[in-house]
Write a protein that binds this ligand. Structure first.
Ligand code: ZN
Length: 363
């Protein structure tokens, strides 16, 4: 009896090959587990509220595939990552090396908001998209290695005595050990990054990660429309760093009333009254109509809006100079958590828009 020859075996859950652990296969397989769970949860898509789905995704689904995800940025082919050195890279990012991981993020976001709107739902929920997340995890790994406890069995490997070189130049471990470029060359994630010393960069990893996330949120129009006041406080501290808030979820995801919550989420990801007619001008609706068709002054909508709402709306425009032109009263109501008025306003819009559709179908 002979044992058959294998090219790969599993040890402690990791696929080992002739050249070491196959991290790419490991990430893809872990992501497949997350995908399977996501698949079984699809049944609850319309039953569970948005905030429950968000929690499940963050606490249960995403972590399953992230055990080795902090290494992805190190083993990915430079053909995939080099494009991200370009500050204004506008082409489509190549996800083929992390396809299953990307699928979990993509399908997870879609599952939470019930629509396929990757970048705006990422902004709304405070969940970074695939490459941004992998990049941030890779940055954090640098700090883990730099601040490794002396009792850690790996300490000696990374901090050898005397002039012993820890790893051979071209080894994977060496790249992970000290890849200084990681902090500075990927301008796509953080165009402001400077060429500080490695030890300085290590000290500021958290700040860097925050900046990378803020940059991603502010890239899309939707991200600019969600003001910091709309987002959850991650720390119970009034003197909170404004960037901290920009990267957390929009509070509207947690609205108790189902209809209002769904309208708020649809509004934030630009799916509200999608393919429906504008109740004022009767052309196909988009968010631009709120200002263009002057909803604030048109009955019956004008009776929902109080003076204070208009005051806050105008204040927003004063305070945030870079607000997109389409910023309107509905954005402002959500940003100031006036969900009651938002619910009444949007409920009325849906009702009137449906009436127009019914009338047109009858004629
Ligand atoms: Zn209109």
């Amino acid at each position: 009896m002979y044992l058959s020859q294998v090219y790969e075996y599993k040890y402690l859950g990791f696929p080992h090959t002739y050249s070491g652990i196959d991290w790419k296969t490991h990430l893809n397989e872990s992501a497949r587990k997350s995908l399977n769970i996501l698949d079984t949860f699809k049944y609850y898509k319309n039953i569970w509220p948005t905030y429950i789905k968000l929690h499940i995704f963050r606490i249960y689904i995403r972590p399953i595939m992230e055990y080795s995800a902090c290494l992805a940025f190190y083993w990915m082919n430079s053909k995939t990552t080099d494009k991200l050195k370009n500050r204004n890279y506008l082409g489509s990012i190549d996800y083929s090396e992390v396809s299953n991981y990307h699928k979990v993020i993509q399908e997870g976001l879609e599952w939470i908001v019930n629509h396929n709107r990757m970048s705006s739902s990422a902004c709304l929920l405070g969940i970074p998209t695939t490459m941004t997340r992998l990049y941030c995890l890779a940055l954090k790994l640098q700090r883990h290695i730099a601040k490794m406890d002396v009792n850690n069995p790996l300490y000696l490997a990374f901090n050898p005595p005397g002039n012993v070189k820890p790893f051979t130049c071209f080894s994977f471990a060496n790249k992970v050990y000290r890849w200084k470029e990681l902090f500075t060359v990927y301008k796509y994630f953080d165009p402001t990054s400077t060429n500080e010393s490695y030890s300085e960069q290590i000290k500021k990893v958290d700040k860097k990660v925050k900046e990378v996330k803020v940059h991603e949120m502010n890239k899309s129009i939707m991200g600019k429309l969600i003001l910091p006041s709309a987002r959850i406080n991650l720390k119970k501290n009034d003197k909170i760093d404004i960037r901290e808030k920009i990267t957390s979820a929009d509070k509207c995801v947690f609205i108790r009333d189902r209809k209002t919550r769904n309208n708020a989420v649809d509004w934030r990801i630009n799916c509200f009254l999608f393919k429906y007619k504008c109740p004022i001008c009767r052309k196909e609706f988009n968010r631009g109509h709120i200002n263009k068709c002057d909803f604030i002054h048109q009955p019956p909508y004008n009776r929902f809006i109080k003076e204070k709402d208009i005051y806050l709306f105008n204040k927003d425009k004063e305070k945030y100079e870079n607000l997109p032109k389409s910023y309107n009263i509905l954005d402002s109501l959500l940003n100031h958590q006036n969900y009651y008025t938002f619910g009444k306003f949007t409920g009325e819009m849906i009702e009137n828009s449906e009436k127009i559709n019914e009338n047109e179908n009858e004629n």
